[in-house]
Design a protein around this ligand. Structure first.
Ligand SMILES: CC(C)(COP(=O)(O)OP(=O)(O)OC[C@H]1O[C@@H](n2cnc3c(N)ncnc32)[C@H](O)[C@@H]1OP(=O)(O)O)[C@@H](O)C(=O)NCCC(=O)NCCS
Length: 146
């Protein structure tokens, strides 16, 4: 098993993995959305490949210049429990550190709260914050003048 950066060739396989692993995808998870993400910090989007080049795991990390973020970590259900999730997170942490990042954040869906123990083993601590969000219309999708 090896870990490397994601490229667009892996797009379909990664979407399929995320679905098999039961992740909730959002309207940002489109080929265009992923392409934009890759232009910004593509080296933080990691995949784990089997010896025969199948995708067994993925994590979409990002860095906003202040904080690192972990999104859509998933390991193929057939490969879970073999340390892959841990290895993906360690590699992401190392790459974020090289960029100067000193804090990594992540969010967990309430119905997936059991996964806290996985992150806890990696040194993450729970913080009682209220998460708020707002979906906006990207400028390039708006009618002219709005
Ligand atoms: C969470 C996930 C990525 C972990 O990957 P993995 O390769 O199975 O994890 P590892 O083998 O590195 O596990 C390391 C430890 O975490 C524990 N662990 C792994 N997944 C867990 C889970 N869902 N809940 C609780 N503990 C978990 C393991 O039991 C193991 O503990 P141990 O060392 O005491 O035996 C994987 O279970 C997964 O893809 N889950 C579905 C998608 C998901 O929930 N993603 C996270 C979104 S926030």
């Amino acid at each position: 098993m090896r870990i490397q950066s994601f490229t667009l060739d892996h797009l379909e396989e990664v979407f399929s993995l995320w679905q098999r692993a039961g992740l909730k995808l959002s309207r940002s998870d489109t080929p265009l959305g992923i392409q934009r993400k890759l232009e910004r910090d593509g080296e933080l989007f990691l995949i784990a490949l089997t010896d025969d080049d199948r995708i067994a795991g993925a994590v979409m990390g990002s860095y906003d210049g202040r904080r690192g973020w972990v999104n859509h970590l998933a390991v193929d259900p057939a490969c879970q429990g073999q340390d892959l999730g841990t290895r993906l997170m360690q590699e992401l942490e190392q790459r974020l550190g090289l960029l100067g990042c000193d804090k990594i954040n992540l969010l967990i869906e309430p119905e997936n709260s059991r996964v806290q123990s996985f992150y806890g083993k990696l040194g993450f601590k729970r913080d009682e914050l209220i998460f708020m969000e707002k979906w906006i219309q990207p400028a390039q999708n708006r009618p002219k003048g709005v």
